[in-house]
Write a protein that binds this ligand. Structure first.
Ligand code: ATP
Ligand code: MG
Length: 563
């Protein structure tokens, strides 16, 4: 094939095991060719990147196979749930770029679930147990030996029906009794050993108020909700694999025809250097170890959004790690790589000096200002160029000057030449120090024949540094974010609580950073590449008077080097 005119084809991605299953079902015309999934968050916290993995699958499968995906709030436990979370969950799903067909709430099925529980009691498949949860747990036994029957297991059906009613009127205190399914106390699957299916909770529910006092357990609500809605493929994480037989058992008791939703499990997303469960994230927020759910160090979607991660980069990361049947850890640097890849293609290159020191071009006329052309994004010509101002006094990074430099240092050191990006080649002539020996100003001379873009700027220098013209610079606060934890798996440390392992340098705030003039008209959310440093976005706290930028991700992965 001629190398110069071959057609570039997207390599065909092989199907993951869930896509294979769905295609198989379609081939066999199961569910009349219908594909219906759901994303079922419990509204007890903000979504994190782990949820993004489930979202990409649930919505992605529906999109790919012309099906529908519903959003269902699994709101069966009023203790921890709140409307604040309902709203944020919807916002985050839309931000990722997905659309649900309908919004449902498991609480909408409370009556149907109640009626189903009554049916089970009448069929002698459920009973009211008045033992404490400790006693019940003890009697469950261990997988290799059968459990012990509850003394209430064979109480009259009428009695159970009466007590079940009372569980819902407020007469029964929390923990005083529960409803259990009567299945098999000797089953090797512990979930079959007369699972608790209803308990009493006196806290009002965020949607149903005080109407209900008896609430269904997860296992008694999830599968049935799938069934009521007509879900065909119920996708969830691997820890629910052992629940699947019970999921199927309840639906078998409920079904009136051949239709069955089918549960399939996939591996969780677990990121290094962070924790993922909502419970632990809530602890970080409540104990003020981070600045709220949307702290840019959090693995929450709102935190990542605030930090400048794009929906595309999150989706491409999820796509790269894929779906399997084995749990493992996903490398944080892989996520950062996906973020860089996306931002590299789309962001404008600008100059920002984080740790400024003044460079004076001693042979450049005072009060002269020149306009230099700067390409906005070498990866995307359509983004054009802009003019930036050059003058005698410039801000440069402190570490771009060294008085006594090693041989391989190609930046400013007395006698050495560097190119000022988009401007001239300058030769360093020295510096001024204060009484403590700290460098306060750097001096250089420029060569007027070396302006960038001149026809024969014929000279090569090894280093190029960025700069910002002093009279034109704008001040900003820059927040440098790093990994939230110092260790890969903060929950795996034996003698330490995860909260003691927070990286003390996960947030470093720099004041009086110097940015090029162009950045004064930016608004929260805008993302840029600060040349040679990294990607930065305008924080929600930013105002025209007090601009605040977040470091989204450094240009290179510096973490590995530090270790
Ligand atoms: P957490 O343990 O963080 O509280 P959860 O599983 O209790 O999470 P839910 O609101 O019940 O949170 O989850 C909604 C859906 O998201 C479920 O289908 C669940 O399997 C999926 N999910 C949650 N965490 C992850 C993860 N880390 N990776 C992939 N999917 C996840
Ligand atoms: Mg949960």
């Amino acid at each position: 094939m001629n190398e110069h005119n071959h057609t570039v084809e997207e390599p065909k991605k092989s199907l993951n095991f869930i896509e294979q299953m769905v295609e198989n079902d379609l081939r066999e015309a199961k569910n009349d060719g219908r594909v219906q999934t759901r994303f079922p968050p419990e509204p007890n916290g903000y979504l994190h990147i782990g949820h993004a993995k489930a979202i990409c699958l649930d919505f992605g499968i529906a999109e790919k196979y012309n099906g529908i995906c519903n959003l269902r709030f699994d709101d069966t436990n009023p203790v921890k749930e709140d409307v604040e979370y309902v709203d944020s969950i919807m916002e985050d799903i839309e931000w990722l770029g997905f659309h649900w067909e309908n919004v449902y709430y498991a609480s909408d099925y409370f009556q149907q679930l109640w009626d189903f529980a009554v049916k089970l009691i009448k069929e002698d498949k459920a009973y009211i147990d008045e033992q404490s949860s400790e006693e019940i747990a003890k009697q469950k036994g261990i997988p290799t030996t059968p459990g012990t029957h509850s003394p209430f297991r064979n109480r009259p059906i009428e009695e159970s029906l009466e007590l079940f009613e009372k569980m819902n009127t407020g007469e029964i205190k929390e923990g005083e009794m529960v409803l259990r399914a009567k299945i098999d106390m000797a089953s090797s699957n512990m979930h079959f050993r007369d699972p608790i299916i209803y308990r009493v909770i006196h806290i009002p529910h965020h949607r149903t108020g005080t109407k209900w006092k008896a609430y269904p357990m997860y296992d008694f609500a999830h599968g049935q909700s799938d069934y009521f809605e007509g879900v065909t493929h119920s996708l969830c994480t691997l820890e629910f694999e052992v629940h699947r037989p019970l999921y199927d058992w309840f639906i078998d008791q409920l079904a009136t025809d051949d239709y069955r939703p089918r549960q399939t499990e996939f591996n969780r997303l677990n990121l290094t250097y962070t924790v993922m469960s909502k419970r632990r994230l809530l602890q970080l927020v409540q104990e003020k170890l981070v600045n709220g759910w949307d702290d840019p160090r959090m693995p929450t979607l709102c935190g990542m959004r605030r930090r400048g991660y794009t929906p595309q980069s999150i989706r491409s990361f999820v796509d790269k790690i894929g779906y399997t049947k084995y749990d493992g850890m996903n490398d944080f640097s892989l996520l950062e790589h996906a973020v860089r890849e996306d931002l590299n293609a789309h962001t404008m290159r600008v100059s920002g000096v984080i740790d400024p020191i003044k460079l004076i071009i001693t042979n450049y006329p005072e009060n002269q200002v020149e306009e230099m052309e700067a390409i906005n994004n070498p990866e995307d010509e359509s983004m054009g160029s802009r003019m930036i101002k050059f003058s005698r006094e410039l801000w440069i990074e402190r570490d771009d000057f060294m008085e006594d430099a090693p041989r391989k240092y190609f930046r400013l050191t007395p006698g050495n030449e560097v190119r000022l990006k988009n401007a001239y080649i300058v030769k360093c002539t020295g510096c001024k120090k204060d009484e403590n020996g700290n460098v306060v100003e750097v001096y250089a001379e420029y060569d007027p024949q070396t302006r960038s873009g001149m026809l024969e700027a014929n000279r090569r220098v090894k280093g190029t540094i960025h700069w910002v013209s002093v009279p034109h610079a704008v001040d900003a606060e820059v927040r440098l974010y790093d990994r939230l934890f110092m260790v890969e798996d903060p929950l795996a440390e034996k003698d330490k609580d995860f909260r003691e392992l927070i990286n003390p340098e996960s947030l470093i705030v720099k004041q009086n950073c110097k940015l090029e003039e162009y950045l004064k008209d930016t608004k929260p959310g805008d993302v840029f590449q600060f040349q040679r440093i990294g990607y930065f976005n305008v924080d929600a706290d930013s105002t025209p008077e007090n601009m605040v930028f977040n470091r989204t991700v450094a240009l290179k992965d510096s973490w590995k080097k530090q270790q």
